[in-house]
Design a protein. Structure first.
Length: 86
């Protein structure tokens, strides 16, 4: 019985070869800081409720507006007593 051996080709295809000696570390770091981009990963059940990032932003803005409007209702008084008008 003849044993067939396969030749293992461990080389990358030419289109996948990359010269890392010319790479620049942190090339887009400053731009990301200037633009202020943040990546937030939503849980799958939360992501189902929103169609896209603008829907998430709209919901968060409305929540912020609600907290700002109710904040004055929940803050404690300054300790001064109000005088009754007669």
């Amino acid at each position: 019985m003849k044993v067939i051996t396969k030749k293992v080709n461990d080389e990358l295809r030419p289109e996948y070869e990359f010269d890392y000696s010319k790479a620049v570390r942190g090339k887009y770091y400053r731009r990301l800081l200037e633009e202020g981009s943040n990546v937030v990963v939503l849980e799958p059940d939360v992501a189902k409720a929103f169609g896209d990032s603008s829907a998430v932003n709209e919901a968060l803005r409305s929540l912020l507006a609600l907290t700002h409007s109710t904040q004055r209702l929940t803050t404690r008084s300054s300790g001064r007593r109000m005088e009754r008008r007669r």
